[in-house]
Design a binder for this molecule. Structure first.
Ligand code: SF4
Length: 498
């Protein structure tokens, strides 16, 4: 018999090989921090949405650490027989096909399926496939399905006082789309059966589907035949173009160089420097022009943010970036000493006002500020100015005076092979200073990147005091290295122009 859950059915829908990998080679799965964050967000949103239709009964049950599906199925039946109007995680099985409906609501002549997603987009095809599978299972269990709905997050919702889940969630009737998709289910199930019965790895090559809707977690395994560097390492080349080249056999940098398909100057430089040991490319005039836009005193600024799916602070939207920390290195004059200031909010309360006040205290008006990829910092400063009109003049002044230290790298004025075509500070810093342990993010404790900072900050409030202290110290060290890295990068630019 074919055993399938709705998540397995959805993986089949993206690529049948995922299903096979999950059964025969699951040890090859690599989940990155964004996949884990998506799962956490999904659970949080799912729990909240349960209250959308008033009182409900949740049938989730465990045997040890695993879900007790048989009990969940029996309890669902009992609740339906009783006529319970809202059942969450309502579970069904038909011929080895399992599903748990996020919210099952009683309607006049049957039951409606509500599928909850933490996304703000209600038009993803995979969501429709997911609901179509549930409808198929329920109907084969004898349930009259009279409605199919998708519940997503409304990104226009702004928190104003108590959280209003009726406005946070957007319910879309997807009956017609689901009915269309239902026609594909039997064929998909046949594919699933064939795939799962065979111990032979399916011959499915990598293509655009590997990245849609998300990286499936098996990319490293499925792309192991691709040499490094390859067309997939070219900086900001569209995914479709990368796969076009791949399908034509234009894969290595040598292939790319000989084929003549690459015309973009930055890509050509990336390839040329990887193929030949050319050291560091320096466009002195370009760098000098950039440095001329800076003036003392110079402030180097970096924010860390959290991004709650469910807004926590008044005036904020779902998924809004909320700055909770900054690091600031500054030098007042050409021969001045390097100084440092920092801010880290208390976890558990709105950090924005205290951060904005501190920023205005630490950065005077009309001074030169630099950020690395300034669009991010400037965006957050603008949001702070909108939120706190009494600080707006000062904040917008900081924003107007912010220069982007990424510019000389993105414009191609400074390049070496070790950057591998990426201009993020995490690539540029080790490429310039490969052997300096003080500049190595790997040597930090606990927090090594922005995603880790984002994930740890909101959890600090629930930690015991000694762990809180350690987590705060780790966050401060991490953010401080970000601006110290900017100082070192800026010094290098000054050095090369002589
Ligand atoms: S990496 Fe691509 S080919 Fe491999 S399992 Fe995932 S989607 Fe399928």
């Amino acid at each position: 018999m074919l055993y399938l859950s709705k998540s397995k059915y959805c993986s089949l829908w993206q690529c049948p090989k995922i299903l096979w990998m999950n059964k025969y080679k699951s040890e090859e799965l690599v989940l990155d921090s964004s996949a884990l964050a998506r799962m956490e967000a999904g659970n949080e949103v799912g729990d909240l949405a349960m209250g959308l239709f008033g009182d409900y009964v949740e049938v989730t049950a465990y045997k040890g650490e695993r879900l007790n599906l048989q009990k969940m199925i029996a309890d669902t039946k009992a609740e339906m027989d009783k006529g319970t109007p809202v059942i969450c995680e309502a579970s069904f099985e038909f011929g080895g096909l399992y599903c748990a409906v996020d919210i099952l609501c009683k309607e006049e002549n049957g039951w409606a399926i509500f599928e909850v997603k933490s996304s703000t987009k209600s038009d993803k095809e995979i969501y429709i496939a997911d609901i179509a599978y549930q409808k198929y299972v329920l109907q084969n269990c004898g349930v009259n399905v009279t409605g199919t709905y998708l519940i997503c997050i409304d990104n226009n919702y702004v928190l104003d006082g108590d959280l209003d889940i009726n406005r946070l969630f957007k319910v879309t009737d997807v009956w017609d789309l689901v009915s269309q998709e239902e026609k594909n289910i039997r064929a998909n199930l046949k594919i699933a059966e064939k795939i799962l019965r065979s111990e032979t790895e399916p011959e499915i090559d990598i293509s655009e589907h590997c990245k849609k809707p998300y990286d499936c977690g098996y990319w490293k395994y499925c792309s192991r035949h691709i040499p490094s560097p390859s067309v997939f390492d070219l900086y900001r080349l569209q995914t479709s173009k990368k796969f076009d080249c791949y399908r034509k056999g234009i894969i290595t940098y040598n292939d790319l160089f000989l084929s003549g398909v690459v015309t973009n100057e930055k890509h050509l430089r990336q390839i040329e420097f990887a193929l030949t040991d050319k050291g560091t490319y320096v466009d002195k005039d370009g760098i000098r022009d950039f440095l001329d836009t800076l003036s003392y005193p110079i402030y180097l600024l970096d924010f860390e943010t959290e991004q709650p799916v469910i807004p926590k602070y008044n005036g904020t939207k779902p998924y809004q970036q909320i700055p909770f920390q900054y690091s600031l290195h500054y030098i007042e004059s050409e021969d001045g000493e390097l100084k440092h200031k920092e801010f880290l909010a208390e976890s558990g309360s709105d950090p924005r006002r205290a951060l904005a006040e501190s920023l205005c205290k630490d950065i005077p008006m009309n001074v030169c500020v630099t950020a690395y990829n300034k669009a991010f910092e400037c965006g957050r400063i603008k949001e702070l100015a909108d939120a706190f009109p009494d600080l707006a003049e000062h904040l917008l002044n900081i924003r107007e005076n912010t220069k982007d230290l990424l510019d000389p790298f993105q414009k191609g004025y400074y390049y070496n092979k070790a950057m591998g075509g990426s201009f993020s500070i995490k690539s540029v810093l080790p490429a310039i200073f490969p052997d300096d342990p003080a500049l190595d993010y790997h040597n930090l404790e606990g927090v090594h990147n922005g995603s880790e900072a984002m994930s740890i900050f909101p959890k600090i409030k629930d930690m015991p005091p000694e762990e809180q202290e350690k987590a705060r110290k780790n966050l401060l060290e991490y953010c401080k290295l970000d601006t110290f890295a900017m100082v070192k990068v800026w010094e290098e630019l000054v050095r090369v122009v002589g």
